[in-house]
Write a protein of this length. Sequence first.
Length: 228
Amino acid sequence: MKGEPEAVMLFAAGFGTRMGNITKDKPKPMVEVAGRPLINHALDLAEGIGPSRIVANVHYLADLIIAYLAATDVRISLEEPDILETGGGLRAALPLLESDPVFTLNTDAIWAGPNPLRLLREAWRPEEMDALLMCVPVAHAIGYSGQGDFSQDASGRIARGPGLIYGGAQIIKTSGLTAVPDSTFSLNVVWDQMHDAGRLHALQYPGRWCDVGRPEGIVLAEELIADV
């Protein structure tokens, strides 16, 4: 159907600096949680919605991820010589994704509950939305001590503020990427434009969620998985 996402972008290019020595010789998507690399947990979610294509961007220790994914159908968007951040990375991967809009999924979080990508697909309304972010209420986030990234109004639109954490999964239209003059930029730039147009929405995740950006997140995520 026109306006429906068909492909999934996995963000796997980051340096993982918050992980310290764990990522000295291992990219963060290859860090194991409950005996499996983080990227496998993300792939389970992506494959669970039956997309036409899955693309992963890579940069830091890229050869290790490329070799690991060689036996899969995942397409690789290699960012070199420079890492492009989320916005630049998504724009560079568009020829491989062949989809507008697209799903994007971070590879450094564990979700305990329904598949967030499936929930996004069910709630997506392209006539009203340019992006639909899966956000986690602060009370549902394991090991999180901040106030959140966004606040939400009764219509589902979001603005910067406390209450909800961006969980790292979304559906986003890609047309706004072409207007950004920089080659390296964050998706926050595009989100801000969508917000100003009244077309930035969120869906609140009904399950629990754990960020695995720091070493202590590994233990918390494994406890979350064991508790499911």
